[in-house]
Design a protein around this ligand. Structure first.
Ligand code: NAD
Length: 360
């Protein structure tokens, strides 16, 4: 159990259990829930201050899996997580009856069992907009780093070499960029890439075609068509059963190596969405055989990545440790957004960001 000062977690009953803090009546006559909120994967300090200023008690502390399984959440009305804390079926079943809201400080909710949360009446809210721009910029960074050999050049320079010939790259301009998923992040990546001179293609079976059309993007009906038309592919869909290992050997092998402008640019993939969408073994084999020219991943099937992961040995692979949303700007926005959304959900105010409505 988490050590807790009784005054901050509610009222200590005679039997030692902690009952929720009493709610307060606001001047307008509405009832405000005074909650005890666990923040287990860190949060911007201004956002913590915002929750505290509203009268809530906030406990910022990472909880290990065995603590979660042993009732550590029984004393909380809400929990705010990023991706490190896994709120699985078992963890939620061990959370007692007090938990009412789960806040995901970010977009992806694949670390939360939405159905189990819903069956217990727990609302799950996220903060989907806050990190968009940061992920867009990281995606462009990875694309540019791949085609201009930035990680390789840096390694070579540090080895005392001056390998200008080996570092000959290609331009993004004049090439076809295929976006898998055409939501918030992908549409913004598309706009920036268009400004650079790329032709934008997308595959998103859930998107009304007019959205792509209005952005000058060619929407493909199949992934096969997207892969066979694009020298550069960037992944921006959610991780679901349907998208697991969607980037596989066959599709990688079908990518052209000659750009729309006729230049020999090779084939390149970037994944700043979620690990598991890309089959990492297939990427490794494609890099080894040369069917794929480069790969850049911000997200991996198992995180943190095993230091012996074979991709880390590949010359034309580079990666980052899931830092898509790790900017001062995104973290500031995400903290404020999730604080607002958690408070709205606690007080039953209208909230557009409840992601498990279907299971409540
Ligand atoms: P979004 O919901 O706006 O867009 C996702 C799109 O994927 C939607 O348009 C949806 O229709 C589409 N999609 C769903 N299933 C699909 C399928 N089978 N095939 C193709 N498309 C499909 O989300 P977003 O804010 O643009 O985020 C995109 C991804 O980026 C998410 O996976 C999110 O978790 C991830 N993300 C990563 C980081 C990071 O740190 N690297 C940070 C933020 C978001």
């Amino acid at each position: 159990m988490l050590p807790h000062p009784a005054h901050s977690l509610g009222v200590v009953e005679n039997n030692g259990s902690v009952s929720p803090k009493p709610n307060v009546l606001t001047p307008s006559g509405s009832v405000r829930t005074m909650a005890t909120i666990a923040v287990t994967d860190g949060m911007d300090e201004k956002a913590v201050a915002r929750l505290e200023k509203a009268g809530h008690d906030v406990v910022v502390k990472h909880l290990e899996k065995d603590e979660l399984l042993n009732g550590a959440l029984e004393s909380f009305d809400a929990i705010i997580v990023r991706s490190a804390t896994k709120l699985t079926k078992e963890v939620l079943e061990a959370s007692g009856d007090r938990l009412k809201v789960i806040g995901r400080a970010g977009v992806g909710v694949d670390n939360i069992d939405l159905m189990t949360a819903g069956s217990k009446g727990i609302k799950v809210v996220n903060a989907p907009r806050a990190s968009t721009q940061s992920v867009v910029e990281l995606t462009l960074g990875h694309l540019l780093a791949s085609i201009r050999h930035l990680p390789r050049s840096d390694r070579s320079l540090r080895d005392g070499k001056w390998e200008k010939k080996a570092m000959k790259g290609s331009e993004l301009s004049g090439k076809a960029l295929g976006l898998i998923g055409f939501g918030r992040i992908a549409q913004s990546v598309g706009r920036v890439a268009q400004a650079i001179g790329m032709e934008i293609h997308a595959y998103d079976p859930y998107l009304p075609p007019k959205v792509a059309k209005s952005q000058g993007t060619r929407l493909h009906k199949t992934l096969e068509s997207l892969f066979s038309n694009c020298t550069h592919i960037s992944i921006h869909c959610n991780l679901t059963e349907e998208t697991h290992h969607l980037v596989n050997a066959e599709r990688l092998a079908s990518m052209p190596h000659i750009g729309k402008d006729g230049s020999r640019c090779g084939s390149h993939i970037v994944n700043c969405a979620r690990g598991g969408i890309v089959d990492e073994d297939a990427v490794l084999q494609a890099l080894e055989s040369g069917t794929l020219t480069s790969a850049a991943l911000d997200v991996f099937e198992n995180e943190p990545v095993d230091p012996d992961h074979p991709l880390l040995q590949m010359e034309h692979f580079h990666g980052t440790p899931h830092i898509g949303a790790s900017t001062v700007e995104a973290q500031g926005r995400v903290g404020m957004d999730i604080a607002t959304n958690v408070m709205d959900a606690l007080d039953d105010r209208p909230c557009d960001f409840i992601v498990n409505k279907a299971f409540l």
